[in-house]
Design a protein around this ligand. Structure first.
Ligand SMILES: C[S@@+](CC[C@H](N)C(=O)[O-])C[C@H]1O[C@@H](n2cnc3c(N)ncnc32)[C@H](O)[C@@H]1O
Length: 218
């Protein structure tokens, strides 16, 4: 780790400790923050590669993802790596019935928060690589859009492949949306047998973000 990065991490740790103390003395301030950015922060400090970002997705990014989300009335939407649930909330606000939304989150604290914050939504605590076991069999093939927030760009090719295969197993032929802070495609689409297309971009996110759609190539 470089000196600047180490200093930044130390700064974030100190900030997080300070905020945790403030939350303890004013518990209502914690409940009032719908996106729980400090929960996100603490998880970023604990495991930056798993989080991929320092702060939750912005409203502008959520709006772009919602716009790209499609499903038939009898289909569900599946969000992988839901974090603080800001995208889930935007989907619900746009009219998605809660029982038609599955969210998968690997961090127990975040899954517990999602369960509390998203009543009626099917919150699954688990590793998205195990999707075929996590999603009830009656929903396999009935998922209109998969939204992937897991930072796949940070993973080696075989590890990316495991996520892609897991998605294909529960949503065959559908591909997935993937938001990312990369200037170019976060996945080597052709090497995974996918076709990738940037559907949207917003500078109103930290860092600026794109929404990519990957579908199986023909
Ligand atoms: C970029 S963050 C999601 C941000 C989210 N949109 C928000 O604003 O809160 C990525 C999320 O993926 C989760 N994650 C990472 N690896 C995962 C895995 N294998 N299965 C499920 N969730 C995972 C992390 O815990 C984190 O919450």
């Amino acid at each position: 780790m470089g000196v600047a990065t180490a200093e930044y991490v130390n700064y974030m740790k100190a900030l997080s400790t300070h905020v945790a103390a403030a939350e303890r003395s004013h518990p209502s301030s914690r409940e009032a923050a719908p996106a729980r950015p400090w929960l996100f922060f603490r998880r970023w400090i604990a495991n930056p590669l798993q989080m991929g970002s320092v702060v939750p997705s912005s409203a502008a990014l959520c709006a772009r993802i919602v716009r790209q989300t499609r499903r038939q009335p009898d289909e569900a939407v599946l969000e992988l790596g839901a974090g603080t649930g800001v995208i889930s909330r935007a989907l619900l606000a746009a009219g998605l019935p809660p029982e038609r939304l599955f969210v998968v989150e690997i961090v127990p604290d975040m899954a517990a928060h999602l369960r509390q914050a998203l009543p009626g939504v099917q919150v699954i605590e688990g590793d998205a690589r195990a999707l075929p076991e996590l999603i009830p069999p009656q929903w396999h093939g009935r998922i209109g859009t998969v939204i992937c927030g897991i930072p796949l760009v940070l993973l080696p090719l075989p590890a990316q492949r495991r996520f892609i295969d897991a998605i294909e197993a529960v949503a065959p032929g559908r591909g997935f949306l993937h938001y990312s802070y990369c200037a170019t495609s976060p996945l080597p689409a052709r090497r995974h047998g996918l076709v990738g297309r940037r559907e949207a971009w917003t500078p109103l996110n930290f860092p600026p973000a794109s929404v990519w759609r990957y579908v199986p190539g023909r």
